[in-house]
Design a protein around this ligand. Structure first.
Ligand SMILES: [Zn+2]
Length: 285
């Protein structure tokens, strides 16, 4: 019998969204300007297809684009997809999006398999990518799923509100909880974007659990991304960071991309930081 998620002692979670969590940072960054006109969503399959024309540029050990598999389904029946890359001893989970109106991490999700290979990390890390936990919201352009539920408020954290519903009320959040239980990741990254208030569009990295050192490393490698502690922003009851990071003591990094930014730019700006965190984690430093 496998251990339940509730007893996981070693999951490391890196979340790529704190603002989407409804938390408000204290001091807006002066670098918050975003060229919203460049914004567009790119699916991993789109990027993989374009890469088919440039096989020479693909690392030989990179997972083929058709290796995506389904681990669940959304309210409206859209597949929830995952891709496993590498075969190293350190288990990492990357969640490419959890709010439907935040596609900024889509290129990072698509490019990470090749980047992991190019960085020589395939033997050191097993990285599971979740393409998008809220495909219904992505299709609608809404923060919540097809039921209007914010999935990042639907996890069984101690601080979850139970006034309207019990945690794990949605098929998407249940599927992710089952995936976490099966994978037992030691590090988790979650991609979000910050900018619900157009006057406060910004980028930062937010650690939960024992992820402060990794967040410092991230911010050092991605200078535009400051480190924002959870104590500096509003509480996020029922969030993935609250559950896995705060309650279960796993390192979780939430990456907040600037809302509306070109996903390719988001990847370019954070690629070195993400890979540095993966390398440091693989080395146990
Ligand atoms: Zn978000």
């Amino acid at each position: 019998m496998g251990r339940s998620v509730a007893t996981l002692p070693s999951v490391l979670v890196v979340l790529v969204c704190a603002a989407c969590a409804g938390r408000e940072p204290r001091a807006p960054s002066p670098d918050a300007a975003v060229d919203a006109g460049d914004a567009h969503a790119v699916s991993p399959s789109d990027v993989a297809s374009s890469a088919d024309d440039a096989d020479d540029a693909r690392a030989p050990d990179a997972a083929p684009p058709d290796a995506w598999t389904t681990f669940g389904a959304s309210v409206e029946g859209r597949p929830l997809r995952r891709l496993d890359v590498g075969h190293g001893p350190r288990r990492v989970l990357w969640i490419g999006g959890i709010h439907g109106n935040e596609p900024e991490g889509s290129v990072a999700t698509a490019e990470l398999p090749r980047a992991l290979a190019a960085a020589g990390l395939l033997e050191r890390v097993t990285l599971t990518l979740v393409e998008d936990l809220d495909p219904d919201g992505r299709a609608r352009g809404t923060r919540g799923n097809a039921h209007g539920v914010d999935l990042n408020r639907d996890f069984p954290a101690r601080n979850a509100s139970r006034r309207t519903r019990e945690p794990l009320s949605q098929p998407e959040s249940r599927a992710l909880a089952e995936l976490v239980d099966a994978l037992r990741p030691e590090l988790v990254f979650v991609a979000h974007s910050w900018g619900g208030d157009p006057r406060d569009v910004r980028e930062f990295v937010n650690p939960d659990g024992p992820a402060h050192d990794l967040a410092e490393l991230f911010a050092a490698q991605a200078p535009a991304y400051e480190l924002v502690e959870s104590s500096e922003i509003s509480p996020t009851p029922g969030s993935l960071g609250s559950w896995l990071g705060v309650d279960l003591g796993l390192p979780v990094l939430t990456i907040e991309y600037p809302r509306g930014a070109d996903p390719s730019r988001c990847w370019d700006d954070t690629r070195a930081a993400i890979l540095a965190c993966l390398a440091a984690f693989a080395s146990g430093t």
